[in-house]
Ligand binder design. Sequence first.
Ligand SMILES: Cc1ncc(COP(=O)(O)O)c(C=O)c1O
Length: 362
Amino acid sequence: MTPAAYVKLDLQAAQHNLAQVRRYAPDNKVMAVIKANAYGHGMLRIAQALDHADGFAVARVDEGIRLRQAGFTQPILVLQGFVCSEELQLLLQYQLEAVIHNFAQLAILQQQAPHNSKLKVWLKMDTGMNRLGFKAEEFQLAYQQLSACEQVSQPVNLITHFANADDLLDDKTRQQVDLFNQSIIGYPGQRSIANSAGIIGWPNISSDWVRPGLMLYGCSPFAGKTGADFGLQPVMSLHSRLIAVKTVKAGETVGYGGSWQASVPTLLGVVSIGYGDGYHRQTRSGAPVLVNGRRVSLIGRVSMDMITVDLNSQPDARIDDPVTLWGEGLAVEEIAQYADTIPYTLLCGITQRVQIVEQNQG
Ligand SMILES: Cc1ncc(COP(=O)(O)O)c(C=O)c1O
């Protein structure tokens, strides 16, 4: 018996996508971004599948610790660094690398790091994202302080992050790269710049490490495109099944709020999936759903445990027939558009009650 709602994870697809990253960025090492439970795919599982990546990046210290405790020995960069000396201690204890993005961290390092410690650091420049990092005018001072800090492993590595690389017409990305490169002339550390959109869309960026996230999971970082357009394969597929099939008369409404009204007699399928599983509540009527591998349309509002679909094109559909919400044969990028969101949120949003089925562990 298959579970009511389940996610199938194609781990060979993740390995294929890593190989694609290497094709896009042949001169770079790859730091696989597996924060946020590997974008909803399961951090340890993805780390295992991608254990031939050159390193991993996570957002928070506790994510790095979990990787170390599970036995991963690769370099692990904590993208948010630390906020207190306790976190700094944990970074040192678990041999995690830290992004340094403000002077408060520098003060903790200088005043509270044990004398014999050697933290591996990545100094972050804020080149226009205006989130984390030192502005260009502060960067040299921060660099000098880190270079002089005995508790820091030398040389200091250098990192920045794109704000808008998914817009190929926006010159901001080029300006960010130029500002970064001009500011680090002569610095010997390793450099890391590009996320997925940078890797695919801005191929001439010179650096030492790329930091792909979304593309490893098979998705396009560019609106209106799918991962397949860039030779990527979806890792996650979300599945369920029909639990009821019935007809409604013309003029009847379907679901909460009666937001969808039948204009003709309609064969209606009820699918056991809802926002309680991570199928986005904002998804509009008309969104594609695969029933028996063929496209039908979502109709009416998404409820917690169920959605309804128009089966007029499939008069033979039966209770227990298989349904795919995204993944195999139906790009999550397309569903994201119908939900006025981005694929990141759909992948990250799968809830605990959805069972995970792994396939193709290569
Ligand atoms: C600093 C940093 N680098 C790399 C990434 C990976 O980005 P993407 O998933 O778009 O490839 C992220 C993700 O948010 C990030 O915050």
